[in-house]
Design a binder for this molecule. Structure first.
Ligand code: SF4
Ligand code: SF4
Length: 265
């Protein structure tokens, strides 16, 4: 069913309290919208301009207090929803993913339905990201270090990357902590490196590779490639992908007594 009709139906029947989707923004851009009344559903749009990962809203207190919400979701948002379920940040019954196929919205009422839907969607990184990742892989360690030092020196510490990320949901981020102050607040070479290294490590095995953090950066740092790289490394080492299932254990904090590495036993 068309997204607008589906949203109207869900809001009229009381099946959800709100539909999180997109509407027209300024200068032809799209922007997120929370539709709470059936007669406002006509404002909803969905097209290639609707790229923001709306799962980032689902861990906010004010959204969780609303009750059950529907989300107009492309594959990256669906992956983030599964990962948030795996991390027990949202419950299956509290979110109704609407998988978007063009402007058609398909209800996926269970985690299993989301997993089956995603299993049919091949995950492919954008060509520009693949190209830059390949260039980085081909560099020596020293060249890669110089590349990231140069890029991260431009960071103005606005935290748009963190705030746009569906998997950065800590209520109190270490970066905001001032007693003790683990990481310096102003933008400078060492503090910037510390922030981005900490963030990449926290996202390793959890990043669903939506690219929102990179798109959010006002100075154009490809910061998403740090977390992509960490995620790919976890995939290679442990054979699991973030966002593939609502029943994933976190690879970096889980061990098995029969692990192949002897140091763990
Ligand atoms: S690509 Fe960036 S915004 Fe998306 S999940 Fe990974 S770290 Fe978060
Ligand atoms: S969005 Fe860009 S400038 Fe802002 S903190 Fe992240 S990397 Fe730095």
């Amino acid at each position: 069913m068309d997204l607008r009709a589906k949203s109207r139906e869900l809001l009229e029947s009381g099946a959800v309290k709100a539909v999180i989707g997109f509407k027209d923004g300024t200068m032809g851009a799209r922007r997120p919208v929370f539709v709470r009344q059936a007669d406002k559903a006509a404002a909803l749009v969905f097209d290639e301009g609707c790229r923001q990962n709306l799962a980032a809203y689902l861990t906010r207190n004010e959204v969780q207090k609303m009750g059950r919400v529907a989300v107009a979701a492309g594959p990256d948002t669906l992956r983030a929803i599964l990962q948030l379920m795996a991390e027990r940040q949202i419950k299956e019954g509290d979110v109704l993913p609407l998988a978007m196929e063009g402007t058609e919205a398909v209800e996926l009422p269970t985690a299993q339905a989301v997993e089956e839907h995603l299993a049919l969607k091949a995950k492919e990184l954008p060509a520009a990201d693949r190209e830059l990742l390949a260039r980085l892989d081909a560099m020596t360690r020293e060249e890669r270090w110089a590349f990231w030092q140069g890029e991260l020196a431009r960071c103005v510490k606005c935290y748009a990357c963190r705030n746009s990320c569906p998997m950065c949901y800590c209520g109190h981020c270490t970066m905001d902590c001032n007693r003790p102050q683990w990481v310096p607040v102003p933008s400078h070479a060492l503090g910037n490196l510390e922030y981005h290294m900490v963030r990449a490590m926290h996202l390793a095995g959890r990043c669903v590779e939506c690219g929102d953090c990179g798109r959010a950066c006002p100075v154009g740092i490809p910061v998403h490639l740090l977390t992509f790289h960490a995620e790919e490394s976890v995939h290679r080492q442990f054979g699991q992908r973030a966002g593939a299932s609502s029943r994933l254990d976190y690879a970096l904090s889980t061990f098995r007594p029969d692990d192949k590495e002897t140091f763990i036993r």
